[in-house]
Design a protein around this ligand. Structure first.
Ligand SMILES: [Zn+2]
Length: 143
């Protein structure tokens, strides 16, 4: 069995935002809220790390957008990639899992905000579903 890597790297499509993460990644949570759907075109698939474990290697494209009173989202202004979600008052960053260079060992662990899910797709796995936030309930499920 392949052990999950303990450091990861990733970036946007064009390379104007690049990052490295040390330590384990939380399993991926699919967020079906209306804001994630507008941003990603479908649900958002996010892993999560503590800010102390995140290093920006290239940030010339990184722009932050206050998507609500309680969180901001980081994207690349050059290629438009949606990459980060940061809640106010917590030293954590959720990272769009598709921006990782490698995802060996990384698994999806659940679904949140399913009450806002669009009708045009189905959730077809047997992972836990929550109609709203889970306030960290799933965070212990690290890879
Ligand atoms: Zn870019």
């Amino acid at each position: 069995m392949i052990k999950p890597a303990t450091s990861h790297s990733g970036g946007c499509q064009c390379g104007a935002v690049r990052y490295e993460v040390k330590g384990a990644l939380r399993g991926v949570i699919n967020c079906h809220c209306s804001m994630c759907q507008r941003l990603h075109g479908i649900f958002g698939a996010y892993t999560k790390i503590t800010d102390a474990d995140l290093s920006l290697i290239e940030d010339r494209g990184l722009t932050w957008y206050n998507s609500s009173n309680t969180a901001r989202r980081g994207f690349c202004r050059e290629c438009g990639a949606s990459m980060f979600w940061q809640p106010a008052g917590f030293a954590t960053t959720s990272i769009a899992a598709g921006t990782l260079d490698h995802t060996i060992g990384l698994k999806t662990i659940g679904h949140i905000y399913t009450a806002e899910k669009s009708n045009f797709y189905e959730i077809s796995d047997n992972l836990p579903q929550y109609p709203g936030s889970v306030s960290g309930t799933l965070d212990r499920s690290s890879t």
